[in-house]
Design a protein around this ligand. Structure first.
Ligand SMILES: [Cu+2]
Length: 170
């Protein structure tokens, strides 16, 4: 078992290196829009996370609008607000599964020290991972059309319905 414990973080770091390279080439992760800045915020939307839902779970935004999502975890488990698509979530979910397997997070806790050691800090501009009671934010400028929504990639949560829609009004 010792070999597995040593290999998993290495494997995870490798995967992160690949996704960081993609992120550098495309700061918007191929999503409609790009990370926004605080000085450009047009509107703040508060989102509450519980087991297993977002409230609200449908959001309308205008094209070129910059939204500050203020996300609170009011649940009992770790939850994530992640702007993306079914496709981006699928690959991110594997990362999360590995983080759990290697002890970087549990269902109720995030071990920031272990994540840092494995170079797996979650600082993507399109997502925030929160322990119960915590609040975080994501600022995003929406542009163009295309599929985008928000989901929680903690293993099992998306499948349990922890997902929301964003409609971009042109
Ligand atoms: Cu969740």
């Amino acid at each position: 078992m010792k070999t597995t414990n040593m290999l998993t973080p290495l494997l995870a770091a490798g995967i992160l290196a690949i996704s960081s390279a993609i992120a550098l080439a495309d700061p918007g992760h191929g999503l409609p829009g790009e990370p926004g800045t605080a000085e450009n915020v047009d509107r703040t939307i508060e989102i509450d996370m519980t087991e297993m839902a977002f409230d609200p779970d449908v959001i309308e935004v205008q094209e070129d609008e910059t939204i500050r999502f203020v996300v609170t975890n009011s649940g009992r488990f770790v939850h994530e607000f992640n702007l993306g698509t079914r496709e981006t979530w699928r690959s991110h979910a594997d990362e999360m599964r590995q983080m759990m397997q290697s002890g970087m997070m549990t269902t109720r806790e995030i071990r920031h020290d272990r994540m840092r050691e494995a170079d797996m800090m979650h600082e993507d501009p399109n997502s925030v991972l929160l322990t119960p009671g915590d609040t975080g934010e994501v600022i995003w400028t929406f542009s163009g059309s295309g599929e985008i929504g928000f989901g929680c990639n903690v293993p099992g949560h998306l499948e349990a319905g922890m997902v929301g829609d964003i409609e971009i009004q042109g």
